[in-house]
Design a protein around this ligand. Structure first.
Ligand code: ADP
Length: 461
């Protein structure tokens, strides 16, 4: 069978299965709020772990001194230093370095991964100079951002529950990751101290709050996804005996594990089954950067096998998992030319696909379908969090300015995704309330945020 005709039903079915009309969004937002409540009630009460962050005091702007931050994300490893000058001078200077995480370390041993981080930190700290200054007799303090699910034991310790985002490092789950880092620093003779272990969403919230008192929620949309928010300590039944002087604490939702009522397709189910964590992180697999390209690849493979839309035979490359990446989808969606020239060259270079204009148009439709679903579901998740907060404290969110701090490469770089997310939020909240809900990018909030939390939890008062 030939060309566009043979794949038309595949596209139509995809669009039907991925549709996110108002009732679907409404259900996702409500289920998110319910799951949050259940996760706060008892450990294991829902898909959402609702982890206590032990961050009870948010940055005020008075923080002073030199602090480091270290960030293990899904794709990159970053180190940063910041010299804080208090209310007047704020951030005096900041420097950072970033390296991509070598593929083999994602499947290696715990020692290899932590040695890699410690040596990156050692090299970076040796280059300290200029406006950065540590008072003599002090140990350099670090805010350690670790973007995987951790059972936090205190502000400076926590146990890795499981790896996500394609990591399968042996020997870390069940261990205190601060101890792992300390041991690696010890092996190198590097003397630094982790004062705060923070999730990247928590770091983003802290970093954004430093500049804006209305920040109540932070969301990461990068390789993976997560969200956190400011909760009342009296609304956390599972938290026994711990008190926070402020009466508030940040809850790390680990919302990537959410799964209720999502519009999933056969492609999602097959991708999940082939993943290293089948049945887990379903929301993350539907909305985050690691997976959007792979879902599209699976659709295109199905289309290529169904007819000759992409030529007589299916190119070998198209069978490779994760060969098509989310940045490729993004680049294709920015092509406004009449002949979709860049779409054509991306498809050829990345997947070996030879395409005519009608094929390219279909591919762009497929990308848009998957990205629209992702963005809209992320928006519904955000509304779920706001709704939960408002239900517990009337007037806390609705009717006044509230900021949702966003970070991560997907949100930062994909304009269509951002637009779909915002549209879903507006649809769910209505134009009036959504005018007061500001969803804004917080550039490198999490790095500075971790350093700020190291400052807030410094052993030198
Ligand atoms: P991490 O989540 O690994 O800590 P980032 O927040 O920088 O790191 O996010 C990186 C992810 O962002 C990539 O895996 C990719 O999915 C997504 N991304 C990066 N660049 C783009 C882009 N141009 N368009 C769409 N998504 C992008």
């Amino acid at each position: 069978r030939s060309g566009a005709v043979s794949v038309a039903p595949i596209l139509t079915n995809l669009q039907k299965d991925c549709a996110t009309p108002f009732p679907v969004l409404r259900h996702v937002a409500d289920a998110m709020a319910t799951d949050m409540r259940n996760g706060l009630a008892i450990d294991g009460g829902s898909d959402l772990k609702m982890i206590l962050s032990y961050v009870d005091t948010l940055p005020t702007g008075n923080e002073k001194g030199l602090f480091y931050a270290l960030d293990l994300g899904g794709t990159n490893f970053r180190v940063l230093r910041v010299q804080l000058g208090g209310k007047e001078e704020r951030v005096i200077d900041t420097e950072f370095e970033q390296v991509s995480i070598p593929q083999d370390l994602m499947f290696g041993t715990s020692e290899q991964l932590f040695d890699f981080m410690a040596s990156g930190l050692a090299k970076f700290s040796q280059k300290e100079g200029g406006k950065f200054h540590l008072p003599s007799g002090r140990t350099r303090e670090i805010g350690f951002t670790f973007s995987f699910p951790v059972r936090q034991l205190s502000i400076d310790s926590g146990i890795l529950m499981k790896w996500t985002k394609g990591f399968a490092v042996s020997g870390t789950p069940g261990k205190d990751i601060v101890a792992c880092l300390n041991e690696a620093m010890g092996r190198l003779g590097l003397e630094m101290r982790v004062s705060a272990l923070v999730n990247d969403a928590v770091g983003t919230l802290a970093g954004a709050r430093y500049w804006d008192d209305d920040v109540m929620v932070a969301v990461i949309l990068g390789t993976g996804t997560n969200a956190c928010y400011v909760e009342r300590t009296d609304a956390i039944p599972k938290q026994k005996g711990q008190v926070s002087s402020s009466g508030r604490t940040i809850i790390n939702t680990e919302w990537g594990a959410f799964s209720s009522g999502l519009p999933l397709t056969v492609y999602d189910n097959e991708m999940d089954a082939a993943s290293i964590n089948p049945g887990e992180q379903i929301f993350e697999k539907t909305i985050s950067g690691m997976y959007l390209g792979e879902i599209v690849r699976r659709v295109l493979l199905k289309m290529a096998q169904a007819g000759d839309l992409f030529g007589k035979s299916v190119p070998e490359k198209l069978f490779s998992p994760f060969i098509l990446r989310t940045p490729d989808l993004c680049a294709m969606q920015q092509d406004n030319s009449d002949d979709l020239q860049s779409v054509g060259s991306i498809l050829y270079n990345v997947a070996g696909l030879e395409t005519n204009l009608s094929a390219r148009k279909i591919v762009v439709e497929v990308c848009d379908t998957i990205v629209k679903r992702g963005g809209r579901l992320a928006g519904a998740g955000i509304v779920g969090i706001l709704q939960k907060m408002e239900e517990d404290s009337k007037g806390l969110i609705f009717g006044k300015r509230t900021v949702v701090a966003m970070d991560g490469g997907l949100y930062e770089n994909y304009p269509q995704y951002r637009k779909y997310l915002q549209e879903a939020v507006t649809e769910l909240l209505g134009t009036e309330i959504s005018r007061n809900v500001v969803i804004e990018h917080s550039k490198d909030g999490s790095g500075i945020g971790a350093a700020l939390l190291a400052a807030a939890n410094s052993k030198y008062p």
